[in-house]
Design a protein around this ligand. Structure first.
Ligand code: G6P
Ligand code: ZN
Length: 543
């Protein structure tokens, strides 16, 4: 087996977004594309020589081929060892856990998360650091800088490695350990949650539906929910991961998980419904006729955390991304703990978790997690809810009613305008940016603007500053609009409009969020001219 140095040239556009580099699969499969990026990861993180990595992905189209290329490159670059999930499969939280448990130098995860997969859909690669979390901004900048100057990459001339059976093998001088992707993760969940209480819940006839959306969590959910906790067979649906996610869009929200929503709002609905995304880090929670927004879910988990063995001693603090609703802030207030507001992207929670300042974190984009790993964790959130339901003996709807009665309700919705012309989207953001100074004090669509700014974050742990993280407009009475362009799309621009209003009148807790937010929605359009600038008269996705 010989090592080749292959001449290459920089490829445009290899800048990692909110969560790694995501492109259309044919782009990733193009000449040198994957190789250039992987070599840039190694070069941008001090080289692979003597290092140990974790490798796995969500099983999407090209996952298996990309894994073989990455292994050959790791060997050629002198890596000591790579721990690979069987068949190159690992959910993102399971990969994060393995990096931490084995004390590796980091890991490479092949996934485009909730984006569709297939020959003409999306593929992605992200690097996670030694703490198990997404590469922080400074690291992704170094990787990106490498992509712009790269002249060669290293490749081992070798056959494919058999990744179908757990065990140890080698590739050149590098050791490869193929591991069961579920086992370590399942052990961790058993340490965190009250499995006996959840087992008793199912033994008592509790029914749930977990939609794995043909993605990576199928095997994890089957093993844990049905295998260990005794949920009836068939509780987990769409459980076989498929390279194109069954032709679907593996994003757990009411739009893309529509069949689950219909079941949960229909006759004979189970007690509890949940779904996870392509790589297993997102979650959706829905009770019988009761959808729980991700922002509310974070607040409920924080308020009930001491029912879970791992958090029985209380939370050190909580954190949420800026566009996430303020529901958890109100819980943190009542618990007397800190609540941090970070930019969008899980990587911003890493320092807070490492420093022990936050225990629970969450985002409106269906992400919830804790200091057990350094990624958000879909199945963990589902088990957290099951633990709470088992201990409280109430339905999801009753838990929400109690929660709102105690803390008030942050009505919340996100409107997405997808594949908008990039120039039009940037023009809209620039136009709003231009109004920030003059908006406060003015009245828009009947609402008085109390403040407006562009969010910037000063990391309290390492002092780094991140600017340009979303435009915010606050209204009298607790309303808020946030505008942001997505950092994960692969086509044009996606405009996200985050809408929120706090309600404390106990007689007003059961409104349709779109009605409760009508004023705020009108104000957003009046300020940003969304309809006229995007040419769309309605959002593509409402969550
Ligand atoms: C990924 C990240 C999340 C982030 C989300 C935002 O899922 O892991 O932490 O919240 O992207 O995506 P957006 O498309 O809004 O940039
Ligand atoms: Zn994901």
């Amino acid at each position: 087996m010989s090592i080749h140095t292959v001449a290459t040239a920089p490829i445009e556009g290899q800048k990692p977004g909110t969560s790694g580099l995501r492109k259309k699969t044919p782009v990733f499969m193009g000449p040198h594309y994957l190789e250039n990026f992987v070599q840039s990861i190694f070069n941008g993180t001090g080289g692979a020589d003597g290092k140990t990595y974790v490798l796995g992905g969500d099983g999407r189209y090209f996952n298996d081929r990309a894994a073989q290329v990455i292994l050959r490159m790791a060997a050629a670059n002198g890596a000591k060892k790579v721990i690979v999930g069987q068949n190159a499969i690992l959910s993102t939280p399971a990969a994060s856990h393995l990096i931490r448990k084995r004390g590796t130098d980091g890991g490479i995860i092949m996934s485009a998360s909730h984006n569709p997969g297939g020959p003409n859909e999306d593929f992605g690669v992200k690097f996670n650091a030694a703490n198990g979390g997404p590469a922080p901004e400074g690291m992704t900048e170094k990787i990106f800088a490498e992509t712009k100057t790269l002249t060669a990459y290293k490749m081992l001339d070798a056959q494919d490695v058999d990744l179908s059976t757990p065990g140890t093998t080698s590739l050149g001088a590098m050791e490869i350990e193929v591991v069961d992707p579920v086992a370590d993760y399942q052990d961790l969940m058993a340490e965190i949650f009250d499995f006996d209480a959840i087992r008793a819940l199912f033994a008592g006839g509790f029914r749930m539906r977990f939609d794995a959306m043909h993605a990576v969590t199928g095997p994890y959910a089957r093993a844990i929910l049905e295998g260990t906790l005794g949920a009836p067979a068939g509780s987990v649906i769409n459980a076989a991961p498929s390279p194109d996610f069954g032709g679907g869009h593996p994003d757990p929200n009411p739009i893309w998980a529509k069949p689950l929503m219909e079941e949960m709002y229909g006759d004979n609905a189970p007690d509890f419904g949940a779904a996870s995304d392509g790589d297993g880090d997102r979650n959706m929670i829905v009770g019988k006729g009761a959808y729980v927004t991700p922002s509310d879910s974070l607040a409920v988990l924080a308020a009930n955390a001491t029912l879970v063995p791992a958090y029985a001693g209380g939370l050190r603090g909580v954190a949420r991304s800026m566009p996430t609703s303020g529901a958890v802030d109100r819980v943190a207030d009542s618990l007397g703990i800190a609540c941090y507001e970070t930019p969008t992207g899980w990587k911003f929670f890493g320092n807070l978790l490492d420093a022990g300042r936050a225990t629970l974190c969450g985002e409106e984009s269906a992400g919830t997690g804790s200091d057990h790993v350094r990624e958000k964790d879909g199945l963990w959130a589902v088990l957290f809810w099951l633990n709470v339901l088992a201990k409280r003996g109430q339905s999801v709807a009753d838990i929400m009613t109690d929660h709102w009665a105690r803390f008030g309700r942050n009505y919340y919705s996100r409107h997405d305008y997808e594949a908008v012309d990039s120039a039009a989207a940037n023009g809209l953001m620039d136009a709003v940016r231009g109004q920030l100074a003059t908006l406060p004090g003015s009245s828009v669509a009947g609402l008085t603007v109390t403040g407006a700014d562009e969010f910037a974050y000063d990391d309290p742990v390492d002092g780094s500053r991140s600017e340009g993280q979303g435009l915010r407009m606050m209204f009298e009475g607790g309303g808020r609009v946030v505008l942001r362009l997505s950092g994960t799309g692969t086509e044009g621009a996606t405009l996200r409009v985050y809408l929120e209003r706090l309600e404390t009148d106990s007689a007003q807790m059961d409104k349709d969020p779109q009605d409760a937010l009508a004023d705020v929605i009108a104000a957003a359009d009046a300020i940003a001219g969304i309809t006229s600038r995007t040419g769309r008269d309605a959002p593509d996705v409402i969550t």
